[in-house]
Design a protein around this ligand. Structure first.
Ligand code: ADP
Ligand code: MG
Length: 698
């Protein structure tokens, strides 16, 4: 890579060169990631105020923030509950009360009858009509001082740096911007083809929009200046992720040739034939694993598409190459289930599978750790958490991570350290059941190659989904009784209570006891997040074995749980859940050949978005279609969970709103990687804070 081009003075100059920035303020600014003058330009307003015009007092509305001008008619100190100063300000069109709880004698004196004031503040309804509490104000001569020329930016409030201070500093940085310019890293032809303004013009506009700027467009983040910044931000993140990937792949890995032919034997011994999609993804993985650089591959596939078998085939390849593979699940429950699948598949081939569980006695655990460290055991299943605690591998060649959305880029980078003792980096296979729309995946998962299992194993009957209003709960309970009489099993998912774990589990217990009362002949079990792992596992095992017919659960069963005899899923308060989550939950049924159904119990009144979600989930069972709808309805925060995306905090861009930019961002990233590699470091430094970097960059 060529040396980074020389930066302009604005970009390099420390903030301490600005007027009024001493060591104390510089320290507080550093906390916000601001060390250079340029950094100030990228603190972007979250809202604007219009202080470019005065508003007639008579036209004020509650909630409005406005500049008004008028004459004091009356000022007095009153004692309604607490001492306060009230002034009546009038302008001929009407009057408004200014209310001060804190005031000095001088202030009281200055607000004497006849004084002309200009005020700014939020209007609210008060006991004496409209009022403004603690307005900003200044005395003005008739005819008036000039108003602001541009809209006033409101910056995200930040500890230790007051709004006014920040605004003044950013103002200074903008002056510098006019003098020295700010480096434009996007190639000119690209900008032209995108029809987006230059960086300096965009920054000027978003910090100081002209008085006729349309606030609705700005508030929606749809102004070309904002789009331009969003574009550059998404580009910076994409580049950083791609570089992190490149960096990771620059370390050597063991090529897994599988001379023992174990993978083929494993696949032949499976109790089913892999689907076409599974075969294709297996080949994609196989090609990666044969290389001497670490694989970084995400396998996405809808619930029930059979990701585990594909991952196990990859593990077989590692073992057939004389090395170790580990599978990590996000919860004990899933780890247990994966271990059982692996054990069932590998034991007949003479291969033991170690299960690392938090609920195992210390002695069993330490002997398992020994067999792993000695290389005696080649296949290991456990939770993410266990994996992070001092486990040593003899020859780890493959790490499989289930449900990557709880597993971020940083953890992936940390996995490097877990490689085998010869300094080789393990291959990484990440499985997610949250389908990610393609354009989004290209950006949010730019540090991974993506394989998609887009076909379900044959013989699955689609799940019938109905929405039922809470008032008809009794009918739903009757349906449960009927299913149990037929020997089927049922899930009941309890309402989502965000406030606390405590409430969540109380609600689950209460529902369980009500259902137990209503269904005396049904064997009922309960699982929730607060139970000790061992108890959860017991309950799950009992459900799998059919000893429990009705499993009442919190959303802990969301991912992965696999009981083909369960054919009815009831989701309470479904209107409160996101589409992706509903889809995950519904995926727990319809896992065998039996006809299954899903009942979405909801409470009135339904919000517009809840209505749309319930409709979408009833209309389709295709996870990719649902993901796309979810993206449109709620944005990728819901879809991927903020931590699910590979992306660190975004400042301007919004993955849902700006999704249409993503294909062009990809193209631009490729162009820059190919032809302007020297711009990557300054671009990423500009947008991504020191603490959030994905890896070493540039
Ligand atoms: P997911 O992709 O949701 O993790 P799983 O790997 O748990 O799906 O697979 C769901 C179920 O389908 C499991 O019982 C698994 O054994 C079974 N299965 C996987 N692949 C096939 C296949 N090709 N044919 C039939 N059943 C399969
Ligand atoms: Mg799974």
């Amino acid at each position: 890579m060529r040396a980074a081009p020389r930066l302009t003075s604005t970009e390099q100059r420390p903030v301490t060169t600005l007027r009024g920035v001493g060591p104390a303020l510089a320290g507080r600014l550093a906390h916000l990631g601001v060390t250079q003058v340029q950094d100030l330009l990228f603190i972007l307003p979250r809202a604007y105020e219009d202080r470019t015009r005065t508003v007639p007092i008579g036209s004020l509305l509650p909630g409005q923030r406005a500049v008004i001008e008028g004459e004091i008619q009356l000022t007095e100190v009153t004692f309604r509950r607490r001492r306060q100063l009230l002034s009546r300000l009038a302008d001929g069109s009407g009057h408004v009360i200014l209310r001060f709880f804190h005031f000095s004698a001088a202030q009281q004196h200055n607000l004497a009858r006849g004084a002309r004031l200009r005020c700014f503040g939020e209007v609210r309804r008060g006991p004496l009509g409209l009022e403004i509490v603690h307005p900003e104000y200044q005395h003005v001569a008739a005819g008036g001082a000039p108003l602001e020329e541009t809209l006033t930016p409101i910056y995200p409030t930040t500890e230790g740096v007051a709004q006014g201070r920040l605004r003044a500093l950013i103002g200074q940085a903008l002056e510098e911007l006019h003098r020295a310019g700010v480096r434009e890293w996007l190639p000119a032809p690209l900008l032209e083809s995108l029809h987006l303004p230059t960086l300096s013009r965009s920054l000027e506009y978003v910090h100081h929009p002209p008085r006729d700027a349309r606030l609705e467009v700005l508030a929606a983040g749809r102004h070309p200046a904002q789009r331009r910044l969003a574009f550059e931000e998404l580009l910076a993140h994409t580049l950083a992720l791609k570089l992190a990937k490149r960096e990771l792949q620059s370390a050597p890995a063991a090529p897994l040739a599988d001379p023992a032919g174990l993978e083929a034997r494993f696949v032949a011994a499976l109790p089913f034939t892999l689907t076409g999609a599974q075969q294709r993804v297996r080949r994609e993985i196989g090609a990666d694993l044969a290389r001497a650089q670490p694989m970084l591959r995400l396998v996405q596939g809808d619930v029930g598409s059979g990701k585990t078998a594909v991952a196990a085939a990859a593990a077989a390849r590692a073992v057939g190459s004389g090395l170790q593979a580990v599978l990590m699940a996000p919860t004990e429950l899933l780890a247990e289930q994966h271990w059982r699948s692996f054990d069932a598949w590998f034991r007949p081939l003479g291969l033991p599978v170690a299960h690392l569980s938090g609920s195992k006695p210390a002695r069993a655990r330490s002997s398992a750790l020994e067999t792993i460290a000695s290389g005696e055991v080649q296949l290991i299943v456990g939770t993410h958490a266990l994996f992070q605690q001092g486990i040593e591998f003899a020859r780890l060649a493959l790490v499989i991570v289930d449900e990557q959305h709880r597993f971020g880029v940083r953890q992936r980078l940390a996995l490097r350290e877990k490689g085998d003792r010869g300094g080789l980096t393990p291959h990484q296979l990440i499985m997610t059941a949250t389908p990610i729309p393609r354009t989004l995946a290209m950006t949010a998962c730019a540090d991974l190659d993506v394989s998609t299992i887009d076909e379900l194993p044959p013989g699955r009957t689609p799940v019938k989904t109905v929405a039922v209003v809470e008032e008809r709960r009794a009918e739903v309970v009757e349906r449960i009784a009927a299913a149990c009489r037929e020997g089927r099993q049922v899930y009941w998912v309890c309402p989502l209570i965000e406030e606390s774990d405590e409430l969540r589990y109380q609600a689950a217990e209460e529902t369980a006891s009500q259902l137990a009362e209503a269904l005396p002949d049904v064997r009922l079990g309960l699982v929730h997040g607060r139970m000790p792992a061992a108890k959860k596992e017991q309950a799950m095992a009992a459900f799998e074995a059919g000893r429990i017919q009705l499993l009442v659960a919190t959303t802990v069963i969301e991912v992965g749980v696999d009981v083909p005899n369960a054919t009815l899923m009831v989701i309470e308060n479904a209107e409160r859940m996101g589409l992706a989550q509903l889809h995950q939950l519904r995926g727990r049924v319809g896992r065998g050949a039996l006809e299954s159904s899903c009942v979405l119990l909801y409470r009135q009144p339904l919000s517009q978005i809840a209505r749309e979600r319930l409709r979408a989930i009833r209309e389709t069972s295709d996870g990719f279609v649902i993901a796309q709808r979810d993206l449109e309805l709620r944005g990728p925060g819901e879809l991927l969970g903020t931590r699910q995306t590979g992306l660190a905090q975004l400042r301007v861009a919004d993955l849902a709103r700006d999704a249409d930019l993503l294909p062009r961002v990809q193209q631009a990233a490729d162009l820059i990687l190919r032809e302007h590699a020297d711009r990557i470091a300054p671009l990423t430094a500009r947008w991504i804070g020191e603490g959030e970097r994905y890896g070493r960059v540039g």
